[in-house]
Design a protein. Structure first.
Length: 231
């Protein structure tokens, strides 16, 4: 074989080898590109999953925060309810006397479950006192009440009901404000209106007759008991 033929054959072999290398390289590059694409897709999916997890975590944190806030609010409401139930509840009102229906009285009652201290009562305008020669503003509560146990009431005579309508006009409506101090400190002011107009057509008999009958029965029972004991 001549030298030229050998050189040509070598050239062909080199060319074929180059083609094979090119094909292999192209194939490898394609595989690498596909792998990179899959890796990129996986990275995108992982990033999306991480965002979803982060969003879910934020939602869980927000829900937990809301639950904690709701629990704290519930505890505060329960504590406030407990404090309110333990505070005294003092009411000052104008009512007819049980035995003398025409006699109006000022009655202070502690309807709460604990001791009321330093009870202060404001009347605006002042209650008018119309009891015989005693004419003028009602001042018995001007200095307040030092203490009022639970269930206790205090009573002051104010006036006879018909004396408040002699001029066919009832006294003006009085705003009453009551404050006191309980186990948890001062109570919130209790404000309400008192109107004498409510007593204009009220029956003056009230329970007076039954009250007198009850007292008579008590006296008779006591007398009979003494007679029996002497025998």
């Amino acid at each position: 074989m001549s030298a030229e033929a050998i050189i040509a054959l070598v050239a062909v072999v080199v060319s074929v080898a180059a083609v094979i290398v090119s094909v292999v390289a192209a194939r490898y590059a394609k595989i690498q590109a596909h792998s990179a694409s899959r890796s990129a897709e996986a990275a995108v999916e992982q990033a999306a999953s991480a965002r979803d997890q982060a969003s879910a975590a934020r939602d869980q944190v927000a829900a937990a925060r809301d639950q904690v806030a709701a629990a704290q609010r519930q505890n505060e409401l329960q504590e406030q309810a407990r404090r309110d139930a333990a505070q005294p509840y003092v009411v000052v009102d104008v009512v007819p006397d049980d035995a003398q229906g025409q006699l109006l009285q000022v009655v202070a009652r502690n309807l709460g479950q604990t001791m009321a201290r330093n009870v202060q009562v404001q009347f605006d305008p002042p209650l008018p006192k119309r009891l015989g020669s005693e004419q003028g503003p009602f001042l018995a509560l001007a200095q307040g009440i030092s203490y009022l146990p639970p269930g206790r009431s205090m009573t002051w005579n104010l006036g006879v009901s018909f004396n408040y309508f002699e001029e066919d006009t009832a006294p003006p409506i009085t705003q009453v404000t009551v404050t006191c101090v309980g186990p948890f400190g001062p109570t919130d002011p209790l404000t309400y209106a008192v109107s004498f107009e409510e007593f204009r057509h009220q029956s003056a008999r009230a329970v007076g007759s039954l009250h007198r009958v009850e007292r008579s029965i008590d006296k008779l029972t006591a007398a009979v008991t003494k007679v029996v004991q002497r025998r």
